[in-house]
Design a protein around this ligand. Structure first.
Ligand code: ATR
Length: 276
């Protein structure tokens, strides 16, 4: 039986077992997907278990994404610039099984927007990313592939500059005050900060300056409607919540381990939504 995992510390909150469990059942695959609590100290030994063939692969969540990047034997060329991996699989070589790492947050973020706000990238206009932490990297790198202009704005400007320098994809850095003059011709605004998780408003961000057809999205999905999204909705802007990104980032891993490309359906969304 094919086994896959999600590792993190803590891990109890993870919705990934529900997502993959739903797909295993839907496609009648006799596999398993387990949540395993792995401490940072135990991560290298866990990689040895993967190399020993115990699992086909799995997901990596907080706080292991950067460490997993460093521990992989092979890195996906399309996402190694993110320096953080969330999806592992095994690769047979003449020296035995090796661990292959990739980051599916980038494609998950884009696929969610494609599904929930078709046409969001028409004209390859301007995108604004708020925040410059770990989650902002995949979002900014993804947007650089699809938009003409990507601005990363952060409370601590130096962190935005470091991220932009590191990704080297023609991105621009700024601080939160820059929102006021960039908003007028922005097509998309993404909140990558953790503010919504605490139900906190984003001070100083004035959505009324955005064009009426702009799309506003948050990557936080607990709560589903963050104060950030609620405000955008109140102004009549198109909004996309963060749950779809979680579902879409899961799909490539499932295909790798279990050999079926799964669909992100309304049923699956309802199932996860009921747990939030
Ligand atoms: P992660 O790596 O998980 O994304 P993080 O590194 O703590 O988390 O990043 C959180 C992001 O939210 C950062 O961009 C942070 O801004 P700073 O770099 O200035 O710390 C942003 N953030 C957190 N609290 C904020 C607040 N009250 N106002 C504005 N930005 C905030």
């Amino acid at each position: 039986m094919t086994r896959a995992f999600v590792i993190g510390h803590p891990i109890a909150h993870s919705r990934s077992p529900l997502i993959h469990g739903h797909w295993l059942k839907t496609y009648g695959i006799p596999g398993s997907y387990e949540a395993i609590d792995v401490t940072p100290e135990a991560l290298p030994q866990f990689f040895d278990r993967i190399r020993a063939g115990e699992f086909a692969g799995g997901n990596v969540t907080v706080p292991h994404k950067e460490a997993a990047f460093a521990l992989c034997d092979f890195q996906d060329v399309d996402t190694c610039h993110l320096k953080a991996f969330n999806t592992l699989s095994t690769l047979p070589t003449s020296d035995g099984l090796m661990v292959y790492g990739q980051n599916t947050d980038l494609v998950g973020f884009l696929a969610n927007l494609d599904a929930a706000a078709p046409g969001w990238d028409e004209g390859r206009g301007r995108a604004i990313v708020l925040g410059a932490g770990g989650a902002a990297r995949a979002v900014a790198a993804g947007l650089a592939l699809r938009m003409g202009e990507v601005h990363v704005l952060n409370r601590t400007r130096a962190r935005a500059e470091a991220l932009v320098d590191d990704l080297a994809g023609g991105l621009r850095a700024g601080d939160l005050d820059d929102f006021a003059h960039l908003a007028e011709s922005a097509r998309l605004v993404v909140n990558t900060t953790t503010l919504g998780m605490h139900g906190t408003r984003f001070e100083g961000i004035d959505f009324s300056r955005l064009p009426r057809d702009a799309v506003v999205t948050d990557i936080v999905y607990v709560p589903l409607e963050t104060p950030f999204l609620a405000e955008a909705r109140r102004l009549g802007l198109r909004t996309v919540d963060g749950l779809g990104m979680l579902l879409h980032q899961a799909a490539p891993g499932f295909a790798l381990w279990f050999g079926v490309e799964p669909e992100v359906t309304a049923d699956l969304r309802r199932l996860i939504e009921a747990t939030l």
